[in-house]
Design a protein around this ligand. Structure first.
Ligand code: HEM
Length: 461
């Protein structure tokens, strides 16, 4: 590679690989510590990877058509994976992310209108307002302005989902959630008994999860709000909570019980801010390493916005901004892995998949598969131009999942990420603090292990 090339395409942060041969105990420890560290270069190129932990078989499906088969064509034969459910249910209850069958279908129907484009447009002013507040705080910092951008993005997205959900009741919720989410992310890991599908009670006895009670305070506050709101239903639902309470099934006319609303609230809260904040953090990291791409982004912002605060109508015109975020989620997909389990035995790519096996889909591998992406480790937003996107198989890029269980919040997340990115990039350039280690760590989501210490450079007005 020439010097010019390596300037334009610097080596990007990658997970550290375990050195030398490891036994099963060490491999498991490495996997719990970072689910992405154990992949050899061959795994990125493979169509299917088979693994075994004692008697449990695992299959990583890494080919677009086979993924389509699992999440769409033969989706009726697949449930969400038991391991994923064990990780999420203690915190999220039985919300949309973890429920199955008729319950899931009914809830998805009831909740879909709250996430359609009209509803997302209604939340956009909250997104820009929270970003303006963040920028006012940054403006008030004294030079040199330096902070952990990953923490700042988490704070912003948490405030946005909180205000969208609870309007004026949101502030007291934010504080209790912020520390709880961080502890949940960093302490909840799959244990060996979980991976082996040992019955849950035995698994918890053998490997207790230190998460008991993390969300107690949050739960209490949500319960209290639900009771208050239940007593005085809104004639015209304004925030997301009011909408969920008032929502009715288009097929049966029924609504959700208070317990069901509670589980949906917690699910949306958790699923709805961490992932978006990780997408933004990785985008800031990538932009800081690629000044030419950053300059192109600035040029689009200047021509579309002419210095104004962006609003929902601008989102459709910020084409390059969207491509930057799409490419960032290709390289660092916040939901790096998701899992399914076949109800009956199946056959995929010539492999017999026993009933109950662990079937994993890893955007982390798929999004860097050399046969699908030219120079897969390069940050190149132009890949997402309409022409180049059209030439790619539809299931080659799945940051929001695919099929019936595709992320319900995808439009919310894209709008939010674009408005935050556009507002901040108009005013600041974010530069990685020299020497700060950037280490992608695959926990429940893909996060920069040490946060992102960055220097904020005020752009000329
Ligand atoms: C960049 C941000 C986001 C990413 C990368 C992301 C990713 C995903 C993925 C991959 C799935 C599917 C998992 C599977 O098939 O097993 C999913 C589902 C889901 N997401 Fe998101 N998500 C994001 C933002 C959001 C937001 C903003 C919300 C809500 C406000 C949300 C709520 C949900 C819910 C409720 C589900 C379950 C849907 C169902 O099973 O019907 N997500 N998300």
């Amino acid at each position: 590679m020439s010097a010019i090339d390596s300037n334009e395409f610097p080596a990007l942060a990658a997970p550290r690989r375990p050195q030398g041969r490891t036994n099963m105990r060490e491999a498991l420890r490495a996997m719990r510590e970072n689910a992405l560290s154990a992949h050899d270069p061959e795994n990125f190129a493979a169509d299917i990877i088979t693994q075994r932990i004692l008697w449990r078989r695992m299959f990583i499906i890494n080919e677009p058509n086979a993924i389509k088969y699992v999440v769409l064509d033969n989706a009726a034969n697949y449930t969400k994976s038991e391991v994923g459910r064990r990780l999420l249910e203690p915190g999220l209850g039985r919300g949309l992310l973890t429920s199955e069958g008729e319950t899931w279908r009914r809830h998805r129907r009831i909740m879909a209108p709250s996430f359609d484009p009209r509803s997302v447009a209604g939340y956009a002013p909250i997104m820009t307002k929270v970003t303006e507040e963040l920028l006012a705080k940054w403006d008030a910092l004294t030079e040199p302005r330096e902070l952990d951008v990953a923490a700042a993005m988490m704070h912003a997205t948490l405030h946005i989902i909180s205000r969208a959900m609870f309007s004026s009741d949101s502030d007291e919720i934010v504080d209790v959630v912020e520390s709880g989410v961080n502890r949940y992310q960093t302490t909840v890991r799959p244990s060996l008994p979980d991976l082996l599908h040992v019955p849950l009670w035995l698994s918890r006895l053998l490997a207790p999860q230190p998460t008991e009670g993390i969300f107690n305070e949050f739960d209490e506050k949500v319960d209290r709000l639900l009771t208050e709101r239940g007593r005085q239903p809104d004639a015209e639902p304004k925030d997301l909570l009011a909408r969920l309470i008032a929502a009715r099934d288009t097929e049966t006319g029924g609504g959700m019980t208070p317990e069901e609303v509670r589980d949906q609230v917690v699910t949306i809260f958790m699923a709805g801010h961490e992932t978006t904040s990780q997408a933004l953090s990785w985008t800031w990291y990538l932009l800081s390493q690629h000044p030419a791409i950053e300059a192109k982004l600035h040029a689009e912002l200047a021509s579309v916005l002419e210095g104004r605060t962006p609003n929902y109508e601008d989102v459709a015109n910020l084409r390059y901004t969207r491509m930057v975020i799409e490419e960032s989620m290709r390289l660092y997909p916040p939901a790096h892995t998701f899992g399914r389990q076949p109800i009956a035995a199946d056959e995929i790519l010539g492999h017999r998949i026993p009933a109950g096996a662990e079937v994993l889909i890893m955007p982390w591998l798929l999004h860097r598969k050399p046969s699908l992406w030219e120079n897969p480790d390069r940050f190149d937003p132009e890949r997402f131009s309409p022409e180049r996107s059209a030439a790619r198989p539809r299931f080659a890029y799945i940051p929001f999942g695919a099929g019936a269980r595709i992320c319900i919040g995808a439009a919310f997340a894209m709008t939010e990420a674009m408005l935050i990115l556009a507002s901040i990039a108009q005013r600041y350039r974010l530069r990685l603090k020299p020497g700060h280690p950037v280490d992608p760590q695959g926990l429940i989501t893909l996060r920069p292990r040490y946060g992102l210490k960055m220097h904020l450079e005020r752009r000329p007005n």
